[in-house]
Design a protein around this ligand. Structure first.
Ligand code: ADP
Ligand code: MG
Length: 443
């Protein structure tokens, strides 16, 4: 989380503290639904024309826009559509996609914002950073060509490879660097085929000294484009040109790429980037505070960095949320408010993950009945109660389908599972026991 998918949710929190929207917050702002969001644009759906007209009015429109921009950390276009008006949702989406195409590949993509200077080094990325610096200082050296960087989303891959490009470009007028996303490569390839203009395509990608290609996994399933990419790759490396690739999977897991390509990916230097440890998260958060000249108390910094753990992008999201609140509250924020603001960002995945086995185990302990008995076909009343409670909890906590639940209990039928769960639903005492077990499971 902490990305586009919950931008509106986070902005809503910030708006709830803005007294300028007091009169319309509950009736008009809260019911808005985010129906689309990408880096450039967010589309919110209003439930009726009355709300839509008010929202489109200048004042409210600009207050919401302002909040969205600050939570997003970058300007984002805001559009409102009427609920159910799919036609206008689609046409606004298409125009957003067009504007995105223009920036997938462009040397001006390489800016100081994504440079080594702004990259915080910690244990999680020390080796990746050092190798990236080495490539920037000596592009094309056989030791590190190709440079293949992989790891989960939000860990700093794009930042690091752009930093390499920026560094090379800043220090060498005569080295031609091209940064491209796989989407633009794919797009360019499709276009050249439609117009049969392979020459222009090849010239573009093969005349560079450093080719940086981001998110190679996006080519999965596009066999012809993969082949074309491989040809580009081979042509460039034959001339000793530097190739830099990122992926959210290790090369060995890019199973849709054939063996010869995967082994070529691994023929230079292969680096994985790890999720940030606490120290790095804190250093990143503190550097942002310092850059913006703000003061945030230690307990808040620690709370954020202890609870937002998955990746750097989420840390940035939390930073934006906290500071956008501060912007409307004279720079003041306390720990309780921080907790409330960050609630949507603290993803369920960072809470304890409950499994069916954990449920069966806890229920078995609570009723002192063995797990084998519970999952058997025994009809004894005590065993049946325990089994019903376990089924009830699987639906309640895991939201499993009846068929799926049945599989854990000797392949019981859909209708049997429904009956078992109803037995608990209808019995307040058993329901209370189930709640008690649930508390223990969630610990
Ligand atoms: P990825 O490409 O791995 O999904 P990004 O490079 O887009 O991740 O990083 C997500 C955000 O986190 C970017 O805004 C980036 O600047 C920032 N970021 C990641 N790692 C660091 C770091 N070590 N220091 C400073 N900012 C970082
Ligand atoms: Mg990236």
């Amino acid at each position: 989380m902490g990305n586009e998918s919950d931008l509106w949710k986070r902005t809503l929190k910030v708006l709830s503290f803005d007294s300028r929207v007091d009169g319309v917050y509950d009736a008009i702002i809260v019911p808005l639904k985010q129906v689309h969001c990408d880096r450039k644009q967010i589309i919110l759906e209003a439930r009726d024309t009355y709300s839509l007209n008010i929202l489109k009015g200048n004042d409210l429109n600009s207050i919401i826009s302002e909040a969205l921009n600050s939570v997003n950390g970058a300007p984002i276009t805001l559009n409102f559509v009427l609920k159910g008006d799919t036609k206008s949702i689609n046409s606004t989406k298409i125009s957003a996609a067009r504007s995105r195409d223009d920036e997938g590949e462009n040397s001006s993509n390489l800016t100081e914002a994504y440079s080594f200077k702004n990259f915080i080094v910690g244990d999680c990325n020390r080796f990746a950073h050092a190798s990236a610096v080495a490539v920037a200082n000596n592009p094309g050296s056989r030791q590190r060509n190709p440079f293949f960087l992989w790891g989960n989303s939000g860990l700093g891959k794009t930042h690091l490879i752009k930093a390499i490009g920026y560094e090379i470009q800043s220090n060498n007028d005569d080295i031609k660097v091209l940064y491209t996303t796989c989407e633009s490569f794919l797009d360019a390839f499709i276009h050249c085929r439609m117009g049969d203009d392979y020459d222009a395509f090849r010239k573009k990608y093969r005349s560079v000294d450093v080719l940086i290609i981001d998110d190679i996994q996006a080519l999965i399933g596009k066999t012809e484009t993969i082949n074309e990419f491989f040809n580009t790759f081979e042509a460039l490396s034959a001339e000793g040109k530097q190739i830099i690739i990122t992926s959210d999977k290790a090369p060995s897991n890019l199973i849709e790429f054939d063996d010869r390509i995967r082994s070529r990916f691994q023929s230079g230097i292969l680096i994985d980037i790890q999720p940030p440890d606490f120290e790095t998260r804190k250093a990143i958060f503190l550097s942002k505070i310092e850059n913006d000249g703000l003061t945030v108390s230690d307990d808040i910094v620690n709370y954020v960095c202890e609870n937002i753990t998955n990746n750097v992008r989420e840390i940035e999201g939390a930073y934006k949320t906290v500071t956008s609140y501060m912007a409307v509250s004279n720079g003041v924020i306390d720990l309780e408010t921080t907790k409330a603001l960050l609630m949507p960002l603290i993803s369920p995945s960072s809470k304890k993950k409950v499994t069916p086995e954990m449920i069966i185990n806890s229920v078995s302990k609570y009723y002192d009945i063995s797990e084998e008995d519970m999952t058997s076909t025994k009809r004894n009343a005590q065993v049946a109660v325990a089994r019903n409670v376990a089924m009830y909890l699987m639906r309640d906590i895991l939201d499993y389908t009846h068929d799926r639940i049945g599989k854990y209990f000797g392949g019981r039928k859909h209708s049997t599972v429904i009956n078992s769960i109803n037995n608990i639903d209808d019995d307040p005492e058993l329901k209370r026991e189930a709640e008690e077990i649930k508390k223990r499971i969630n610990g």
